[in-house]
Write a protein that binds this ligand. Structure first.
Ligand code: ATP
Ligand code: MG
Length: 549
């Protein structure tokens, strides 16, 4: 049974296949290598690969590298890594820049057909003469140049005889078209910039609206899926295919881009966060990038399940980030070992427990998945508990430790607090308790009940660890374009030095655990080393989020 929710794109493809219009479905994921991929791209990746897969078709990974000044090989490599990590294998790897010669030839064809001309207007002037939704555009004085002049000038553009911005190649369509994209759009611009793939071979580069349809057609793409902002560009897409006499006719379809609450989802802004050192690189665990989510501890399974659940829509909306959290909890519930970690330690001395004695307590590694077996937890006279789990002067309904109160230590005994010790500044240094040997966990003790259960680690045997807790990167969604940096949450990272159970063997990068009462954590690959283990909190345990059935 296929649990993927139905979507309108699948219906379109199914109709095309059933009607015999399409023999083999070919999709593509076409990132521009000008930044790292984010969760919005993951939606597009899942969509393109899953749809092709469903119809036994093919998916290409194509780098849309037509804008050399912003692109870099670092991004190319990171994109490949992220797509593979998500669990997808492309059928072909292409670079738009491999088609530069073919694109140039088609541009010459357009000139020969009287469908393109070299225009000398500066960019600003072209913008001003484009008109508005209510006002038609004005024709360029260069619009009616002779074909031979255009051919000569275009060749000179390619040969590097003009400076950036001095000339462009424009399509000759209709300056009065109600669709502004059809008012003689720019096809080529001059940019004397080195390209990561073609080096200095070119100094003219095709515009997206010209390049994309040609790329799709040359690759035999059948369904070219893009985000909604390109809906108004579709007539131009079809015009390019027709006018350039492409043998293959791809079709463009649009779907709503993914937006998430409390974050930003544009490479330009993410890049700004990286460059201004607001975050610790593209893979900072607070970033919505695929590499950030990976470092945070998200799994490909969770991201794919999320992408399938949100499905595809025809109108933009913001998805609650809690939904993404829901899927990582679901994925890790049975997989992650359960353990105890104390993030902000407070020493507890159990005064009636024999000095020098250490006993091993037994607990299941994951009660929801008994196949994972058991673990041994050392217990002795000195332990650490969470500072928050003790209050000298508690409010009503505080059921954890306070003087005179008794609580259960998870997997161990009841302890009762008798004494509080403070330093000269009045800070609580340690507390003294007594334990009741009768109350050992699993012994069937029913003598009395306690209201609170707290976690702990053995002070002598516990391993030190660093815990990194994250909250939303952006505090407001209603961001004003210019100042989104002002909406960055200054408290989005909290670093704590604590302890973990000593039985976590071979803790290595990307190992995932559920810490009792604290939620799911991932071993950070960047800061973990021989001396210390650093955990990133993936998500807390509780959530009010539920998927509506
Ligand atoms: P950004 O605006 O974040 O820079 P982009 O659209 O410029 O993104 P591209 O590299 O051009 O990034 O995108 C590659 C593919 O991913 C495109 O097909 C694009 O439609 C899709 N995509 C980008 N962002 C999203 C998103 N938020 N939701 C869904 N698909 C997206
Ligand atoms: Mg883009």
């Amino acid at each position: 049974m296929d649990n993927r929710s139905s979507n309108f794109l699948r219906n379109i493809i199914a109709d095309d296949v059933n009607a015999g219009k399409v023999k083999e479905v070919v999709t593509r994921f076409p990132p521009e290598p000008n930044g790292y991929l984010h969760i919005g791209h993951a939606k597009s990746i899942c969509l393109n690969f899953d749809l092709a897969d469903e119809f036994k078709g093919k998916t290409n990974l194509r780098f849309d590298d037509t804008n050399p000044s912003k692109e870099d090989i670092e991004y190319v490599e990171s994109i490949k890594e992220d797509v593979l990590w998500l669990g997808y294998r492309w059928d072909n790897l292409f670079y738009a820049s491999d088609y530069f010669e073919a694109m140039y030839d088609r541009a010459v064809l357009l000139i020969n057909k009287g469908l393109a001309y070299v225009c000398d207007l500066p960019a600003e002037q072209i913008r001003l003469t484009r008109g508005t939704l209510t006002k038609p555009g004005q024709e360029s004085p260069y619009r009616n140049r002779e074909v031979s002049t255009n051919l000569q000038l275009f060749a000179k553009m390619r040969a590097g005889e003009f400076k950036d911005g001095e000339k462009v190649l424009r399509a000759k369509i209709d300056m009065t078209s109600p669709n502004i994209n059809l008012r003689d759009p720019i096809l080529y611009r001059i940019a004397h910039a080195s390209h990561h793939n073609t080096g200095d071979a070119w100094c003219i580069y095709p515009m997206y609206d010209y390049a994309h349809p040609i790329e799709d057609a040359l690759e035999g793409v059948t369904h070219s899926i893009c985000t909604l902002e390109f809906e108004d560009h579709r007539p131009l897409y079809d015009w390019v295919i027709r006018a350039c006499e492409m043998e293959h006719t791809p079709r463009q379809y649009e779907f709503a881009r993914l937006n998430l609450t409390n974050t930003v989802m544009s490479k330009r802004k993410l890049k700004q966060l990286v460059e201004e050192h607001v975050v610790d690189g593209w893979d900072d665990p607070r970033m919505p990038t695929i590499s950030g989510l990976r470092r945070r501890g998200y799994t490909p399974e969770a991201i794919r399940a999320f992408a399938r659940e949100i499905g595809v829509a025809k109108s933009d909306s913001i998805v609650d980030a809690k939904m993404l959290e829901h899927f990582i909890r679901e994925d890790l519930k049975l997989k992650a070992p359960r353990t105890m970690g104390v993030l902000s330690p407070l020493k507890v001395v159990i005064t009636n427990y024999p000095e020098e004695q250490v006993e091993m307590l037994e607990a299941e590694i994951n009660p929801e998945n008994p196949a994972m077996g058991n673990r041994q937890i050392p217990f002795s006279r000195e332990i650490y508990i969470e500072q928050d789990d003790f209050m000298e002067d508690p409010p009503a309904k505080y059921f954890r430790l306070f003087p005179g109160n008794e609580v259960r230590l998870k997997h161990a005994y009841f302890i009762k607090c008798n004494d509080v010790f403070k330093d000269e500044q009045g800070n609580i240094k340690e507390i003294h308790c007594t334990y009741d040997p009768e109350t050992k966990s699993g012994s069937g003790f029913t003598g009395r009940k306690v209201k609170g259960t707290i976690h702990w680690v053995d002070a002598g045997k516990a391993r030190p660890a660093e815990f990194r807790l994250y909250s939303d990167l952006i505090v407001q969604d209603e961001e004003d374009e210019k100042s989104f940096l002002e909406n960055v949450n200054p408290g989005s990272l909290e670093i704590l030095q604590g302890f973990i159970e000593p039985n976590l063997h071979n803790v290595g990068p990307h190992d995932k655990f559920q810490f009792f009462r604290h939620g799911y954590f991932n071993v950070d690959p960047k800061y973990t080393n021989q001396e210390k283990v650093v955990f990133n909190q993936i998500v807390s345990l509780k959530s009010s989020f539920e998927i509506k059935k």
